[in-house]
Design a protein around this ligand. Sequence first.
Ligand SMILES: Cc1cc2nc3c(=O)[nH]c(=O)nc-3n(C[C@H](O)[C@H](O)[C@H](O)COP(=O)(O)OP(=O)(O)OC[C@H]3O[C@@H](n4cnc5c(N)ncnc54)[C@H](O)[C@@H]3O)c2cc1C
Length: 393
Amino acid sequence: MGSRSFVVVGSGIAGAFTAYFLARRGVAVTLVERGEIGGEASGNNPGGLNPLHGPGIPGPMGDLALASFRLHAEVAEDVRRSSGIDFASRPVARVHLAFDDRDLHELAHAKAPYETVPGFAARWLERDELLAREPRLDRSVLRGLETEGNLRVDPGAYTRAVARAASHHGARMLRGEVRGLVRRSERILAVVVHAIEADEASEASEADTIGCDGVVFATGPWSAEPASWLDCALPIEPVQGEMLLVETETESEPVRLDLVWREAALYPTGGRTLWVGGTERRVGFDREPSDEGRSILESGLRRLLPEIGAFRVLRRTAALRPVTPDGFPIVGMASGWENACLALGGGRKGMLLAPAMGRATADLLLDGTTDAPIDTCAPARFLHAASRRGRRA
Ligand SMILES: Cc1cc2nc3c(=O)[nH]c(=O)nc-3n(C[C@H](O)[C@H](O)[C@H](O)COP(=O)(O)OP(=O)(O)OC[C@H]3O[C@@H](n4cnc5c(N)ncnc54)[C@H](O)[C@@H]3O)c2cc1C
């Protein structure tokens, strides 16, 4: 019934989708974010929705990845219409490059699912065809695999759009930091929120606790505090990824091919600018772009396109992927709690996996069950690592 109310902590893409699916079920939802909506990893990534490769894909994460991809498509029109935000969703053809036998072997493996999943395709591009399409390519390239069927979104706009669509369906947005829980035994009664700035529709701007029937933790890599409040193990490591937005010289032809080789990736924007991605650094919660990152990215760009000529760096971003030890998310009820749910650890695929994580979380809180294929995401797999200190009543 409409009287039940839930709090979602964190408005990256995972929290935004959780609030969206809860709100669509007609329950009261408060989405609490301490910074900007999508201000962390969810707004600083290339926005690739690629369900056929990644950690555990094909493999144990394959079904969840595809289910989530289909959910993006299913809700796209509603999110667009109810948010009024254009998040630039578009199909992308990507060319994966091979420079040696190892690359060829890996690409042959990557090609297989594109041949069986409807809506996707992949074909080999021989060296001459590659060089005809992008003459600045490194001439030692052997072959390329062109994939079709994947999507790309503007990630910041998308995260804001999903959050605003949640709001359109009745969710309340609250600017504040959750700093603790009020609980009785194994049940959360309220969350403690610091420095709330409520939106104009809110009447609770003075309150520092929000009573609720359930809480979803979608705090990205900031899982240490939720883990201590819930007394459970949430081993999520921040893995920093940097990107550069570069602009090529006026007289140079725009780069048109989306290119990827191992960690290096080029994402053309349509004009003379392109995003360059491909770093993974374990530097704690450091979100400052680094000289090392810049140099890795510039080398990647020159490795793929040695003839690119001069370019100017227009923007640099660094953000933290929330990565678990096995690379799979943590989705489900927190062990031993009646009404605490987790939507964490999307890792390298968090944009892709967010709708399935959000839908599963909403189902679990409202129905106690979900048909989303989240077996590999069970929070209990990390239980052995928890130091069970015993909970205060
Ligand atoms: C360079 C790079 C490239 C990537 N490429 C892709 C890609 O192509 N495809 C893909 O699918 N994924 C990609 N990812 C991964 C993806 O960006 C992340 O997995 C995803 O954005 C994580 O979303 P999230 O909502 O879990 O976390 P976040 O975006 O980190 O959001 C968590 C939010 O919680 C808030 N918060 C935390 N604690 C509190 C609190 N106590 N109170 C209130 N608010 C709180 C934070 O302020 C933050 O806004 C990439 C990531 C990077 C960095």
